[in-house]
Design a protein. Structure first.
Length: 282
């Protein structure tokens, strides 16, 4: 069986932010890389009115996503077809087609079908809070975890009509607090403003939660180019885009994860999402 990695994301552009480096790295190594996008990103902001309107945003973001995936080298892309839910208590969150309003058993069944079709050994999801509390991220976490456990059970979702497949490892993206400290120091040394001021972004985690650090230093420019392909979401004058390349290269030198479950025995910490799965380790 070829090595296959599936990253489950809520919106177009999320694939670049927490998994852009590993998608590049493993695609270049010949791994079958899969991105599943749960929504069309209809509730995203529009960086400039010349790029899209609220009515055309979903179609524009679909094109932006295709270009970003091309840059990252992603081999397979699938969508679940839900509508962007926006943030809690917004009109988008109350839309009947919003992912937040979806039947989670049905949504899990859709993802189970993709797991059985594409047969990933590794699934990457967000953590229990969706990394930062966005409703679509929370539901993406819920269905990714449910599908990880259900896809290998022949008694679950038999209507999908595919042979069961049991993934080996489940990871959550995890940005350690030490990376936040490093970012603050590098920006201060360069005399640049910190996008969050003195706040600690809620999506950072204690360093001890990180089990797996993957070296993606060779892919920082490519990952940033993929993110910038999402033009509607990334204003060129945003704080992120004005950070010098030298600082980005240090901030993005590794991508970090928490191994939430493994069906194979491997030692922690890891430096490879496929630790224990490569034939040479067999």
């Amino acid at each position: 069986m070829p090595l296959t990695m599936m990253a489950v994301h809520a919106h177009p552009d999320d694939e670049c932010i927490t998994t852009g480096g590993v998608l590049c790295k493993y695609s270049d190594e010949g791994v079958e890389t899969v991105v599943v996008t749960c929504t069309g990103g209809e509730a995203g902001e529009i960086a400039h009115p010349s790029l899209a309107t609220p009515e055309t945003l979903a179609a524009v973001r679909t094109r932006e996503l295709a270009e970003a995936l091309r840059i990252l080298g992603v081999r397979h892309h699938r969508t679940l077809g839900y509508r962007d839910s926006g943030m809690m208590s917004t009109p988008d969150n109350r839309h009947p087609d919003a992912f937040w309003r979806a039947d989670l058993d049905e949504a899990t069944g859709k993802l189970v079908a993709l797991v059985r079709e594409l047969r990933p050994q590794v699934i990457i999801a967000y953590n229990e809070n969706g990394d930062y509390g966005h409703p679509d991220h929370i539901n993406a976490h819920r269905i990714a975890v449910a599908a990880y456990y259900a896809a290998g059970d022949p008694n679950r979702y038999p209507e999908q009509g595919r042979s069961p497949w049991k993934p080996s490892k489940l990871y959550y993206s995890a940005w350690p607090r030490s990376h936040r400290v490093l970012m603050t120091r590098l920006l201060a040394e360069a005399g640049l403003p910190d996008p969050w001021g003195e706040d600690d972004p809620e999506w950072t985690v204690p360093d001890e939660d990180v089990t797996t650090r993957v070296d993606v230093a060779a892919y920082t420019a490519r990952r940033r180019a993929a993110l910038m392909a999402h033009k509607t979401q990334v204003p060129e004058d945003s704080a992120w885009m004005t950070v010098p390349e030298a600082i980005w290269s240090q901030l993005d030198a590794e991508e970090t994860f928490r191994r939430a479950h493994s069906r194979i025995r491997t030692e922690l910490p890891e430096d490879d999402l496929f630790a224990g799965l490569r034939t040479s380790e067999g």
